[in-house]
Write a protein that binds this ligand. Structure first.
Ligand code: SAH
Length: 494
């Protein structure tokens, strides 16, 4: 079945809806939005339909359907549960050459009502030709996620400026550049922030100042811990608009796969012992691409402002007059805690959380160990795998009980997540017995003990290593425990 897509102007035009139930109500709602003159024919109405009738928004005919009513309407919707009735209405409408939609009956319908994404005045209609309405709904949900709600306001702004744009930019390719700037640059950003007047002024300025249009911009985006489901909608939208993506090594392939297909991807990761991009080199790249007029996404694992040097990058961009935005991400501490079943605070166990890094020996000196060693608080330690021994020593020396539980989470939220548990007393030994590697996050504190009972994702926590595990080489450590873990991992990967 091949359908001709059509957007109909029903404003002030008569439409008859037969049926007064929930389905009829849904159809009437969109018809009211389109300013149609709706008459509902049914003995009984839903409370909402009743309210519309009482307010004079729609008309109501209670008596039995009469063929002659069709003479004055443009469209008919049959939404009764009586198939014979629907069939009759469809046949009579056909005779009069009036389009009819019979709800949930593609065969009897001469027009279908598509699934829509409403960014008025922009409307996206999706149809599966009546064959797979669920699929159309799925596509609709995807598009809903992709398209920012401010797109409607952006469309209105573009419409208002349209004749001035034509006048000012007669050349087609200059116009296209301008529209691209309008739809994915600072004007759109201002609308997202709910600042329509400023957006309008920025758009008008860009009409006269060529440099505004050709200016690139940078969005600093948090990619979360790895599971692409933990990306924010705004991050997804930024990835879809990017010309260039500068990403860390920590960003998962699954997340990168969601980015615009033709976006250039550049890995600027800093691998331990292999700093192939210095921070200065990353700054230089950001500047180069933004100055060339590109929309740059600087994509970082977790959140860009948590041990991500996001602050330094913004300072640099600010200094060079490059426009930027920041999209937060789910930081490793939050993600690992959630995916290991460790609540970071708990009324019975911890009233505070600290995010700390134990990265380099140098930084140990500057940490307040007395504060870190306090009870009833949770430490989330980033980049700490190689520092565990020194970490234990300091904490115990400052009074933290060596019986304090820990959970060490490797590859948190990913299919190959592992959680190693124990107490401060055996922390470095457990980590090395299980050959824990970066990226791993340490959660230390009373709450960590809850991992044993609340774990839900991936394989169960690994405690004391069994004798044979102790001798396992790193290459074998990824053997996943049997049972639900394999299934979860498979689903996750799919
Ligand atoms: N900006 C990032 C942190 C970067 S520092 C964020 O907000 O998460 C890198 C450290 O983060 C790693 O050494 C590790 O401690 C932690 N980390 C990041 N992703 C992780 C993951 N998926 N699982 C465990 N730890 C992770």
């Amino acid at each position: 079945m091949k359908l001709y897509p059509l957007f109909a102007d029903l404003s002030g035009r008569a439409v008859l809806v037969i049926g007064g139930g929930a389905v009829a109500e849904r159809k009437v709602a969109t018809l009211i939005d389109a300013k149609a003159q709706v008459t509902v024919n049914a003995p009984e109405l839903t409370p909402q339909l009743r309210r519309w009738v009482d307010k004079g928004v729609i008309a109501h005919r209670r008596d039995a359907f009469q063929e002659t009513w069709l003479d004055r309407v443009w469209l008919v919707v049959a939404a009764t549960s009586d198939r014979e009735m629907n069939r009759l209405v469809a046949a009579l409408a056909e005779l009069r050459r009036i389009f009819v939609n019979v709800v949930d009956d593609a065969e009897l319908s001469s027009f279908h009502v598509p699934a829509i994404v409403d960014r008025a005045p922009l409307t996206i209609a999706i149809s599966s030709g009546g064959t797979a309405p669920m699929l159309a709904r799925l596509v609709r949900e995807r598009l809903e996620a992709l398209l920012d709600p401010s797109l409607g306001a952006l469309t209105t702004l573009a419409t208002r400026l349209r004749s001035r744009i034509r006048e000012r930019l007669p050349d087609m390719s200059a116009r296209r550049r301008f529209y691209e700037h309008l739809f994915a640059g600072p004007v759109a950003a201002l609308l997202r922030q709910g600042r329509p007047q400023e957006a309008r002024r920025a758009a008008e300025r860009a009409l006269f100042v060529e440099a505004e249009v050709t200016a690139g911009s940078v969005v600093l985006v948090g990619a979360g811990p790895g599971d692409p489901g933990l990306l924010t909608l705004r991050a997804l939208r930024a990835l879809n608009e990017a010309d260039v993506i500068l990403h860390d090594r920590l960003v998962s392939d699954e997340v990168l796969a969601l980015a615009r297909r033709d976006a250039e991807r550049i890995e600027v990761g800093k691998q331990a012992g292999n700093h192939h991009y210095t921070q200065d080199a990353i700054h230089a790249l950001l500047l180069e691409h933004a100055r060339a007029g590109r929309r740059v996404v600087r994509l970082k694992g977790g959140d860009p402002f948590v041990f991500g040097r996001g602050g330094e990058e913004l300072e640099f961009l600010r200094k060079h007059g490059i426009a930027y935005e920041v999209v937060p991400g789910i930081t490793a501490a939050l993600a690992c805690a959630a995916y290991a079943g460790v609540p970071l605070t708990h009324r019975d166990h911890a009233q505070a959380v600290r995010l700390v890094t134990a990265h380099c020996q140098g930084s140990h000196g500057s940490l307040d160990w007395n504060a870190l060693a306090q009870e009833r608080q949770t430490l989330a330690v980033y980049m700490g795998v190689s520092e565990l021994e020194a970490f234990r020593e300091r904490l115990v020396a400052h009074g933290r009980a060596s019986s304090t539980p820990f959970a060490l989470i490797e590859n948190g939220s990913r299919a190959d997540q592992r959680v190693v548990t124990g107490t401060l007393a055996n922390l470095p030994e457990r980590a090395s017995a299980h050959a824990v590697h970066s990226p791993a996050l340490l959660i230390l504190g009373e709450v960590a003990a809850l991992a044993e009972s609340l774990a839900w994702f991936g394989q169960p926590p690994l405690g004391e290593p069994a004798a044979e595990v102790r001798s396992v080489r790193p290459s074998r450590r990824r053997v996943i425990a049997p049972g639900r873990t394999d299934v979860l991992a498979a689903i996750h990967q799919a």
